[in-house]
Design a protein around this ligand. Sequence first.
Ligand SMILES: CC(C)(COP(=O)(O)OP(=O)(O)OC[C@H]1O[C@@H](n2cnc3c(N)ncnc32)[C@H](O)[C@@H]1OP(=O)(O)O)[C@@H](O)C(=O)NCCC(=O)NCCS
Length: 381
Amino acid sequence: MEGSEGSQPVGLKFEGPRAPSENEWPLVINFLTKSLRPGNKWSMLDEYPTSLARSQAHNMRVIIEDGNVIAHAVFKPIILKTPMGVFKVAAIGSVVTADDYRNQGHSTRIIESCLHAARQADCDFAILWTDLFDFYRRLGFELAGGEVSIAIDRDVSTSTAFTFNDSNRVAADAILRVFNQHSVASHRTLEDVRAMLAIPNTRVSTAWDQTGKLVAYAVEGKGADLDGYIHEWGGSNEALLSLLTHMRKLQKRDLRLMAPAHAQNLIATLKATGCAEHRGYLGMIKILKTDSIFAKVHRFAKSQGINDLILTESFTGDRAPVKFEFGRGSSRYSTDSETDLLRLVFGPEKPSTQHKFDGPTADALDKVLPLRLWIWGWDSV
Ligand SMILES: CC(C)(COP(=O)(O)OP(=O)(O)OC[C@H]1O[C@@H](n2cnc3c(N)ncnc32)[C@H](O)[C@@H]1OP(=O)(O)O)[C@@H](O)C(=O)NCCC(=O)NCCS
């Protein structure tokens, strides 16, 4: 970058990207609140208590000019339990450059720094939620993974077996117990759940059985986002459907439930009652550790009795990947496109609908992929 005559070259006056120091952390929160939530009653820390906490400063990246923060992004490492094994995911968020400093490459450098740190921290892949698709495509992200949203625009249960409570003052351990029953869920502590229950504009409703046990919960709204969306839920289908019916009556409006595609029973039941579904992408994803993901896919394939699955990456002499190979036995398919690989691994479509495979290969790949991935709303950054 060239400076105009007599001024410093622009590149020299900026510090970073780097993690903010403990002392700088309040400046970062102020910058984010001013830039991303002007006029709101709460701070960005209230809205993202787990990713923007002071203890997470080492995962933040800032660019500083004359003591002022002018650009920021954070990555939150999430430990995700799935049927295919445990994945470490870097969720990237709060990406912003101050108005007067845009289009100078600051966010690009900050995100690259987050990705570098996420790789160093052994994250398997990075994910983010945005509508700036082309901006993130330049950085190697692509839309992938599946998300089903279902209109809750009618009664979806007639059960009278449960009682309901509509308060965020609910025992965090009861919520965590139900949350941990999900087949795909992040590692959360009681402290995390307590912090999430306090996020502004988060409305939590719970269903209780006749013995006084919490059997389902659902969360609608989160800070400035997700108004009208139930982005977190858990519990038996029967209790949850009853709770959804209750919440719609309580709020006197239709709601939308966000669900992973693998919640097949719930989705099928809601569709059978006439609720419309919409299928979209989970987010924008970038693979960071191909070998680690491939090892988990292979291990899972073996557990399913598939011992000859092929999923490999070949390199040229200078370690630049030339192609990815996938298939089964002697049926090999190859691509040099990271997007092809991303969609094969994360979907949302089945492998057999993406490529023309022979029968046994299609069966094997469809049994294993796409991997069951879901990030619950409270974990999104
Ligand atoms: C989106 C946002 C973060 C981008 O920040 P930025 O620092 O301007 O980003 P960059 O400069 O790295 O890249 C932006 C553009 O500048 C261009 N650019 C990159 N490096 C450049 C450089 N050295 N010189 C000039 N332009 C450059 C890029 O090509 C890109 O152009 P595009 O419109 O074709 O994508 C910023 O506009 C912003 O804060 N928006 C409001 C908050 C927001 O929407 N955040 C994203 C939430 S997911």
